[in-house]
Design a protein around this ligand. Structure first.
Ligand code: NZQ
Ligand code: ZN
Length: 398
């Protein structure tokens, strides 16, 4: 196991009916609040009214930034920074999914930066101070509610990039599973695929002696695999939503990943798909994951043991031969996404009809994601092209 620093000071308020605690928490940071949210789901569910009433009663001065889109765009960040400066905002209250919270993080850092906030996405070393963020999470997926990362898109340059900063970690996160009852089936499935992918990216790793991290990751994978179909069947199953929400938070707050070295693979490739085609992040990951797994197993026999362990511990595969077990695990992963959770599993199904941008996206993925050196199996541009090209048709061999 490698050395690591784990710093996650977020004050988690988990469970139903805890919003009454919000005014007191917010007041620690100030009375002038920027309320950020997305395209209107919080108005439809009544959450907006509930929060507005609470803040009103407690005498907060609220400015709003609405319309933060999925794959949040840098323009929303620029608008948020301007609103904070115009209204002397002291704290951001982000209410929504990963997109709203990520945009809010870069807004929070952007306030302390003289230039264009896109610079902070291109170079996280420029990220310094930030104004405090409190969030009310409405979708289980990204883990942004308890980490220092944010992912922002720039449609003018076809870029979608991650940035980070220690001051971007939310001060408090309100995690009420009931707020996710209204998440539609496709977003529930995509969010679950995202959680699983976060775990895969950290689990498929060559650092030795990480039994703690491996066991935590396998346990979280099993919790997601079990509870996603329950939530799809009954969107108001509290415990299914609670398990998905808590898995989302734990999968990317450092606990399953710290202590290992090595980079991620499917995320940098998916970020190119959503940068160019604005597809749903979790869907892109579900499509890429089994093709990437197969590429690893087919090209690098040193991966067989880890993929076989995954197959046995997560999918109860009994096969003794490592290579065969690895292939069975990949097949189970693919069919879980396709049949159990009904995620679209080819690129044409999400509107990517031809291969004309595959080379360009692959070049960017290798460059931005350091795929040539960092991951479990290092990839060249031609390898990434092969993986993406496999995503145009259904998988029939595993
Ligand atoms: O905009 P509204 O109207 O709120 O609707 C949203 C949006 O259309 C809707 N939604 C959210 N909560 C809902 C709901 N609809 C009904 N009821 C609710 N309770 O769902 C749609 C998707 O929302 P979004 O916030 O985009 O989803 P998600 O949480 O999956 O966030 C995805 C973004 O996070 C980034 C992704 O790349 C993507 O940009 N990521 C951030 C990470 C991080 N900060 O650590 C890591 C991840 O790997 C990921 O890259
Ligand atoms: Zn993700």
């Amino acid at each position: 196991m490698k050395n690591f620093r784990l710093y996650i000071p977020t004050d988690i308020h988990f469970g139903n009916d805890r919003l009454d605690e919000l005014p007191e928490i917010l007041a620690e940071y100030g009375k002038k609040v920027l309320l950020t949210y997305g395209g209107g789901s919080i108005k439809r569910t009544g959450l907006y009214d509930k929060i507005s009433d609470l803040l009103d009663e407690a005498g907060f001065e609220v400015t709003e930034l609405s319309g933060i889109a999925p794959n949040p765009k840098i323009d929303s960040v620029r608008k948020g920074v301007a609103l904070i400066r115009e209204n002397d905002i002291e704290v951001i209250l982000a209410v929504g999914g990963g997109s709203v919270i990520d945009a809010s993080k870069v807004i929070a850092g952007g306030v302390y930066y003289e230039g264009d906030p896109w610079d902070l996405v291109l170079d996280n070393k420029k990220m310094g101070q930030a104004i405090p963020i409190v969030d009310v999470l409405t979708l289980a997926a990204t883990g942004t509610e308890m980490n220092r990362n944010a992912v922002i898109s720039n449609p003018e340059t076809n870029e979608k990039l991650g940035t980070s900063g220690w001051n971007l970690i939310p001060k408090a996160s309100f995690l009420d599973p009931v707020n996710t009852f209204s998440v539609p089936k496709n977003q529930t499935a995509a969010g679950s695929a995202d959680i699983l992918s976060h775990l895969f990216e950290q689990y498929f790793n060559r650092t030795k002696g990480t039994d703690v991290q491996d066991n935590i990751a396998e346990g979280l994978m099993k919790a997601v695999i079990k509870n996603c179909p329950v939530a799809l069947e009954n969107p108001e199953d509290y415990n299914a939503r609670a398990n998905l929400m808590w898995s989302s938070t734990l999968a990317l707050n450092g606990i399953p990943g710290n202590g290992r070295s090595g980079g991620w693979t499917c995320h940098p490739i998916e970020h190119e798909l959503s940068a160019y085609y604005d597809i749903t992040h979790g869907v892109g990951l579900a499509i890429l994951t089994p093709r990437w797994m197969k590429f690893c197993v087919d090209t690098d026999p040193t991966t067989h043991e880890k993929f076989a362990t995954y197959a046995r511990n997560v999918w109860d595969v009994q096969e003794k031969d490592n290579e065969k077990a690895a292939h069975i695990g990949i097949e189970k992963t693919y069919h879980y996404f396709k049949k159990t959770t009904s995620v679209p599993m080819t690129l044409p199904e999400v509107g990517i009809a031809d291969t004309k941008l595959v080379h360009e996206m692959s070049e960017h993925a290798v460059k931005n994601g350091h795929l040539g050196i960092a991951p479990f199996v290092p990839l060249e541009v031609s390898d990434v092209e092969k993986i993406i090209n496999e995503c145009f048709t259904d998988m029939t061999e595993f």
